[in-house]
Design a protein around this ligand. Structure first.
Ligand code: FNR
Length: 182
């Protein structure tokens, strides 16, 4: 039985750098880890009226999170925060009150943007939300990746300049998940 990690990507864009980063990350995980991308693009806009009758995509999302032993958030920065689609997914899976799917799942937070301080503020906002949801997050190393030529190699892996850093991040995340295994 592999250790299941749910990967939540904060961009729905077809050619998203963050989607590409999530794909590349999956290759850096050890064989006993299985990284699974969760779909968040088909979730309705969160409406508290529906808490007692959650839509099928919401139920699916919550079941996938419940079945995982860890989380990786791969997010761009939109206007110095996390994208609404990501916050929408987080809000959905936190409800109904008392039935959050998130609590206790060890999380890694990483992201890529075109900006020079790429995703630092989005990640900080996300960390605040995760702290409230009782999701422990890997503090170090921080991973603020700037999209530039060569970030990904021709094969879709992490390019030579960043590979060691991103592998180091993954290794620390894997150890962090290990610390949280009951
Ligand atoms: C952005 N972008 C951006 N970049 C950044 O570093 N800080 C920011 O605050 C913002 N704000 C922002 C708002 C909105 C609405 C958009 C659409 C974009 C640029 C962003 O980094 C760039 O579009 C990335 O390519 C988005 O990530 P994906 O979609 O490639 O994963």
């Amino acid at each position: 039985q592999k250790i299941q990690i749910a990967v939540i990507v904060g961009s729905l864009r077809r050619d998203s750098f963050n989607q590409k980063l999530a794909t590349a990350l999956a290759r850096l995980a050890p064989p006993e880890f299985e990284l699974k991308r969760l779909e968040i693009g088909d979730l309705p806009l969160y409406n508290q009226d529906d808490d007692a009758n959650q839509a099928e995509p919401v139920k699916r999302l919550k079941a996938e999170i419940a079945a995982s032993q860890g989380l990786i958030f791969v997010t761009p920065e939109y206007n110095r925060s996390m994208p609404g689609v990501l916050k929408n997914a987080i809000d959905h899976a936190s409800r109904p009150y008392g039935q959050s799917a998130w609590a206790g799942k060890p999380a890694g937070v990483i992201g890529v943007s075109v900006g020079a301080i790429g995703t630092a503020l989005a990640q900080q906002h996300l960390r605040n939300v995760l702290a409230y949801l009782d999701v422990p997050t890997l503090g170090q190393p921080e991973a603020f990746i700037q999209a530039k030529d060569g970030l990904f190699d021709a094969d879709g892996g992490i390019g030579a300049d960043s590979r060691k850093f991103v592998q180091g991040w993954m290794d620390r995340y894997v150890a962090f998940v290990g610390q949280h295994q009951g």
